[in-house]
Design a protein around this ligand. Structure first.
Ligand code: AHR
Length: 312
């Protein structure tokens, strides 16, 4: 019994004192910045030493960082994979070194035994929720949509497109007229939307803008205003993330709907890692976070204030 207790105590202490490497994508959006700061806060709260590496949007930097973490012998690795493919080799190296890997907020196309668990939203559902909101809002009216896609090859870009298309299929009055990547950034969202406005009769032919994240929507809103139109009225605006700036736009009547993505992926990830390290408990392969719809009916000013200070 004594030996058992001693083992339990030492493994518990080991979990609390873990060193975890975190390969983050970069800082392309307000949501990403919040995820980074929440992860750092969660680690500190739990007595975990976090080794942070910013990949500046490049998969090669993420692979280099992961190899560095393996060489340092960290206890676990968190990775937010910028794109879906190309991970098998490096994840295999982590597995070989017996270092558990947790995927954060984006998925990979690789065998599931190469990672311990994935903490992410149901991204197809996010797109579907956005599309269903549009279907309900426009009813039978004809509606030409322009779509600002996320980073090419990333799971949120692939899945949010898919979910939205699923929701509008069977509603022939709603069509996606143009679709292009804005790389999840505000600047690119604005630039791409400027092109869409020019190509669509100065924007007069556009009924709605669907952006795969709020930052691109905020950039697009600026482009709509610069074109002399009213975002939120002349052109409906629906996007994903629920960052403070989209609530500010909603409060100003310039955005119509957003689907929440929690920036706290690290909480469930560390819970899973701690349980795994303490008693070998295998977590669920996919830990799915919620996708809640917000509209101007949901006190956008209050939501803005509640989110400020949460790491955004
Ligand atoms: O992977 C999550 C997405 O990445 C967020 O929706 C977006 O803002 C970020 O860049």
């Amino acid at each position: 019994l004594c030996a058992g207790v001693a083992t339990l105590v030492s493994t518990a202490a080991m979990a609390a004192g873990m060193t975890v490497g975190f390969s983050q994508i970069g800082s392309e959006s307000g949501w990403r910045a919040a995820e980074t700061s929440v992860t750092k806060q969660e680690a500190e709260k739990r007595g975990i030493t976090l080794k942070f590496a910013d990949a500046q949007q490049k998969q090669e930097n993420q692979i280099k960082a992961i190899r560095g973490f393996i060489a340092q012998g960290v206890d676990a690795i968190l990775v937010a994979p910028v794109v879906a493919t190309g991970w098998e080799e490096v994840l295999g190296e982590a597995k070989e070194a017996e270092i558990p890997v947790v995927l954060l907020d984006r998925g990979v196309e690789a065998p599931q035994d190469l990672y311990l668990t994935s903490v992410a939203s149901d991204q197809v559902k996010e797109g579907r929720v956005a599309g269903e909101w549009l279907v309900k809002t426009v009813g039978d009216k004809p509606c030409k949509v322009v779509e600002l896609q996320g980073t090419v090859g990333s799971t949120p870009a692939i899945n949010r497109k898919k979910g939205f298309e699923e929701a509008i299929s069977g509603h022939s009055n709603i069509t996606i007229a143009r679709s292009q990547t804005g790389d999840f950034t505000r600047a690119k969202g604005k630039e791409v939307m400027e092109g869409f406005l020019k190509a669509e009769n100065g924007g007069k032919d556009i009924c709605a803008m669907y952006a795969h994240n709020d930052d691109m929507a905020v950039g697009g809103i600026q482009a709509i205003k610069d074109a002399g139109l009213k975002p939120g009225k002349d052109i409906l605006v629906v996007s994903i993330d629920a960052v403070p700036d989209i609530f500010a736009a909603m409060a100003a009547g310039e955005a119509n709907a957003t689907v929440e993505l929690t920036p706290n992926m690290a909480g469930p990830a560390f819970d899973a890692l701690e349980a795994f390290k303490k008693d070998g408990k295998q977590p669920e392969k996919f830990i799915i976070t919620e996708s809640k719809l917000y509209t101007p009916a949901d006190n956008p000013q209050g939501e803005y204030e509640a989110r400020k200070g949460l790491g955004y």
